[in-house]
Structure formats: C-alpha cells, structure tokens
Design a protein around this ligand. Structure first.
Ligand SMILES: NC(=O)c1ccc[n+]([C@@H]2O[C@H](COP(=O)([O-])OP(=O)(O)OC[C@H]3O[C@@H](n4cnc5c(N)ncnc54)[C@H](OP(=O)(O)O)[C@@H]3O)[C@@H](O)[C@H]2O)c1
Length: 267
C-alpha cells in the first residue's frame, strides 16, 4: 500500500512504471505528464482507478509546484516514492563527438539545454517540490532515471564518444543525486540514480538510419558486455528496476546503479 509519482509518464519507461505499479490495486500511482490527454496514459488511467494523471512540466518550476500540490490532494499530503524520469535531447546533434561541437555560443546552449532542463534543473525542481510529501511518506525514496552513458568505465571500454550533451547531463544528474543523498540522509530519505539498461522505447516502425545506428551501438556495447544481444523491453527494465528501488537503503543512497542492481552489468 504505497504511493508513487512518476514524471515523464506519457510513454516509454515512465508509462511502463505506471502500468506495473498500478497492477497492485493497493498502490496509488501519480502519473505526471505534460499533456494529460496523450493517448497512452489517458487510456491506461481510464481503466485503472488507482492511476491519477497530473499535469506537470519538469522544466517549468511553477508547473511542477502545481503538480506537487495536486498530488498532495490525492494522497493526503504524503508520498512514498518519487521517480524523476523525464528527459529530452536534441536528436540532431546526438551523433556528434566533442571535437565536432560548434564554435557558436547560442547553438551549443541549444544542444545542451534539453538534457540540462529536464534532467538537472528539472531534477532539482521536481525533488524540491515533492520533498514535503516525501518527508511525510513511509518509504522516503527519490529515484532519478539516469544512464550508463554517464559511466566513465563504460565510455572508456566501448569508445562511445557521441551523445555528449546527453551523457554530460546524466553525469551531472549523478552528482546531484549524491548531493541530495548527503543532505537528506539525516531525515532518512534515500536518493538513487538508476540506469534502466538499453531499452527499446521507439514508437512505431524504426527508420533505416535508426536500425543502422542501433547496430553500431550494439557492437560498441558488446566490447563491455560480450553476451549482449540487443535492447530489452520496457517490461523487463522496469520489473528489474522496481526490485532495485525496493532494496534501496541508506547504504546504496547516493549511488548510480543499473537495473540489475549493480555497477557492472549496465546493459
Ligand atoms: N531508452 C533507453 O535505452 C534509455 C537508456 C538509458 C536511460 N534512459 C532514460 O530513461 C528515461 C526514460 O527514457 P525513455 O526511453 O522512456 O524516453 P522517452 O520515450 O523519450 O520518454 C521521455 C519522457 O520524458 C517526457 N518529457 C520530455 N520533456 C519533458 C518535460 N519538459 N517535462 C515533463 N516530461 C517531459 C516525455 O513526455 P512528453 O510526451 O510530454 O514529451 C516522455 O514521457 C529517460 O530519463 C532516459 O534518459 C533511457
């Protein structure tokens, strides 16, 4: 009988968190989305009375404060687990390595802004807005969905030099998580950065260039994990991640862990 709030719950991994958590009818699940009428979440919520869809944009502090107030009305002012999952990237520059980034102040800010606004600033505003609810909750857990793309050993082993802004954004998120964990430990609040694995969240048919890019990535990832066959489904990622969240305690607070609950098998 726990309460959960998930940001970026409209699709992909966020939507799957809502689906799996709401399967336990005793849970209260707050799906924070930018557009409550978006098809995936509105269809799911219409069939599950324990899912509450709340409008909230993590890049807008007023919006996320309003979302936390709306959440408090549903739960009686408390929350057990906050999962900050929202993310945005500039897809056009994802394939660039650091030496290919532009000598243009405006353009480089445009490239770095989406992951920073959602992951870093959004992570601060979401955490701070929901903190009063978490303090009154029983589990007292805050989880930020990060990425192994920010793990230095994985970068060095695979030689992946692209995805610069995305990876730096997630690396910043990991430090931010450690700072929150240090500050909030005396209140019994645990904070975790959690990598979901390599997950297929593409909607619809993949264009040939995406298939090609994924096959290149697979070979690079296999340098770190030779047995890797490809992407996992959101179902597997979230099922395993929920076990990691369940076992989150004061000892693992502040870390980046994989969906396998370790710092070795990331994919
Ligand atoms: N898929 C993977 O292989 C993988 C690997 C490592 C880490 N991750 C991380 O896992 C998380 C989920 O990934 P995913 O593949 O499910 O991503 P996704 O399908 O792109 O979904 C991203 C979610 O973030 C939301 N979002 C974007 N901008 C937002 C904003 N300003 N405010 C609130 N929500 C916003 C989107 O909502 P809208 O519908 O409103 O745009 C969407 O629900 C992300 O943090 C991602 O970095 C994924």
């Amino acid at each position: 009988m726990s309460s959960y709030a998930i940001t970026g719950a409209s699709k992909g991994i966020g939507l799957e968190y809502v689906r799996q958590l709401a399967a336990d009818a005793t849970n209260t699940v707050l799906a924070i989305v930018r557009d409550p009428s978006s098809s995936g979440i509105s269809e799911l919520a219409s069939s599950l009375p324990n899912v509450h869809v709340i409008k909230g944009d993590v890049t807008d502090p007023e919006s996320i404060l309003e979302a936390a107030s709306a959440a408090a009305l549903v739960t009686g002012g408390k929350l057990d687990v906050l999962i900050h999952n929202s993310n945005a990237v500039d897809m056009a520059s994802m394939s660039l390595s650091p030496t290919q980034l532009p000598f243009d102040a405006q353009e480089i800010r445009r490239i770095f802004d989406p992951p920073f606004s959602t992951g870093i600033y959004g992570g601060i505003w979401t955490t701070n807005a929901f903190l009063p609810l978490i303090e009154k909750g029983t589990q007292k857990k805050i989880v930020h969905i990060s990425s192994a793309m920010a793990d230095l050993d994985l970068i060095n082993t695979t030689g992946i030099s692209y995805g610069v802004a995305y990876s730096i954004g997630k690396a910043g998120m990991n430090v931010q998580v450690a700072k929150y964990a240090a500050e909030l430990a005396p209140k019994g609040i645990k904070v975790l950065a959690l990598s979901p694995g390599w997950v297929d969240t593409w909607e619809g048919e993949k264009p040939p260039e995406v298939v090609q890019a994924e096959s290149v990535m697979l070979k690079q990832f296999q340098a770190a994990e030779p047995a890797l066959k490809g992407q996992i489904k959101p179902e597997e990622s979230v099922r395993k991640s929920l076990k990691v969240i369940e076992s989150l305690d004061a000892k693992t607070s502040g870390l980046l862990l994989s969906h396998n609950g370790n710092r070795g098998t990331w994919l």
